[in-house]
Design a protein around this ligand. Structure first.
Ligand code: ZN
Length: 351
């Protein structure tokens, strides 16, 4: 009897030991998993902040050098040129620091230095390249645009160059000035994280860069607004305070793919109200916001990165979309068709 009792006792102890071990291992594994998850979040090396201070002149210069060298032996990447200038002047590329763009363009054309060498020589080059690539990555490329030949017949012309547009349609006057970061008080004290372009009610608002409609509808600050995400997901264009009653281009819906230069909506003064469709903004204007997203966790919340659009608006001013009005529906449409290859690629991927 005693033996059996002892055996039972031993069995129980063994079982208890096994259960304890399983539990300890389980807890350890769970903790490790948690650690790994945290590691994944904290060690993820993505850019947390960008202060975009590149002048329109600098962008124009770099863009021209890129476009002009497109078919040459050495194609100068405008983002490389700007990243180099940024390294030299601490990220503020104004009139005096434009010379760095010429300097590096010449060196690269003469094959005195390569991009790899720039990366290994300058500590912050990678940061600026990645940051600027996020801002400018979708603005240049190959595309086809409708033009008229000598007989006035419509043809599609293949091009390489600036394929992004100003948010204001051609022929519609607007005024703007440097206004990023000034204070705003509706709702709560905050900084103005965008650029305002003042014009008349109904001015056609143009899609700057091709992408898809991610947000559409009422927002208590922005009023009727449209949010368009670039295909590489790094940029979110925010067009706000659109027209009362008819804010959007007819039929525009969330998920729609839009091409740069398309009419997407109309300027107005809606917003600053919890109630929908209210004109509560004094001055008619388009609020243009550009948000950078390196990691999806930066999309909403305290880690949002909004950049100054003023210099970009000036840079894009050379490319204003020409529009025509359908007198019956009173809708405006782009005059010249455009084939942005990136739109085709995106459509193919979706299938
Ligand atoms: Zn604004």
């Amino acid at each position: 009897m005693k033996k059996i009792k002892e055996q039972r006792y031993q069995y129980m102890m063994t079982a208890l030991a096994v259960i304890t071990m399983v539990l300890v291992i389980g807890i350890y594994m769970a903790e490790r998993c948690e650690d790994e998850k945290l590691m994944a979040v904290t060690s993820e090396d993505y850019i947390k902040w960008v202060d975009y201070r590149v002048s329109a002149e600098a962008m124009k210069k770099a863009c021209r050098l890129d476009v002009e060298s497109y078919y040459e032996e050495v194609h100068l990447d405008w983002i490389v040129l700007l990243a180099y200038a940024a390294v030299q002047c601490g990220g503020k590329i104004d009139k005096t620091s434009i010379t760095y763009i010429d300097e590096i363009a010449q060196k690269m054309t003469e094959k005195e230095i390569t991009v790899e060498e720039l990366k290994s020589t300058y500590k912050h080059f990678d940061y600026y390249y990645e940051a600027y690539e996020a801002v400018l990555g979708g603005l240049l490329g190959e595309y086809e645009i409708e033009t008229l030949d000598k007989e006035g017949k419509s043809i599609m012309e293949k091009k390489y160059g600036l394929k992004a547009f100003s948010p204001i349609a051609k022929g519609f006057p607007y005024q703007d000035y440097e206004d990023f970061g000034v204070s705003r008080s509706y709702g709560y004290e905050r900084k103005h994280l965008g650029h305002d372009m003042m014009g008349a009610v109904g001015t056609p608002v143009i899609c700057c860069e091709s992408g898809y409609v991610e947000a559409l509808g009422w927002n208590k600050y922005g009023g009727w607004r449209i949010g368009i995400r670039s295909f590489d997901k790094k940029r979110y264009y925010y067009y706000a305070h659109l027209r009362q009653n008819r804010p959007y281009a007819a039929g525009l819906e969330i998920g729609d793919v839009v091409t740069a230069g398309d009419v997407i909506g109309y300027m107005g003064r809606t917003g600053y109200s919890e109630t929908e469709n209210v004109n509560n903004i004094e001055t008619v204007h388009l609020h243009m916001g550009l948000q950078l997203i390196f990691d999806e966790s930066q999309k909403e919340g305290n880690n949002e990165i909004w950049i100054d659009f003023y210099q970009l608006a000036q840079f894009l001013h050379v490319n204003q979309s020409e529009v025509v009005r359908d007198n019956e529906t009173k809708e405006w449409y782009r005059k010249f068709k455009m084939l942005d290859y990136i739109v085709e690629e995106f459509a193919k991927e979706q299938k």
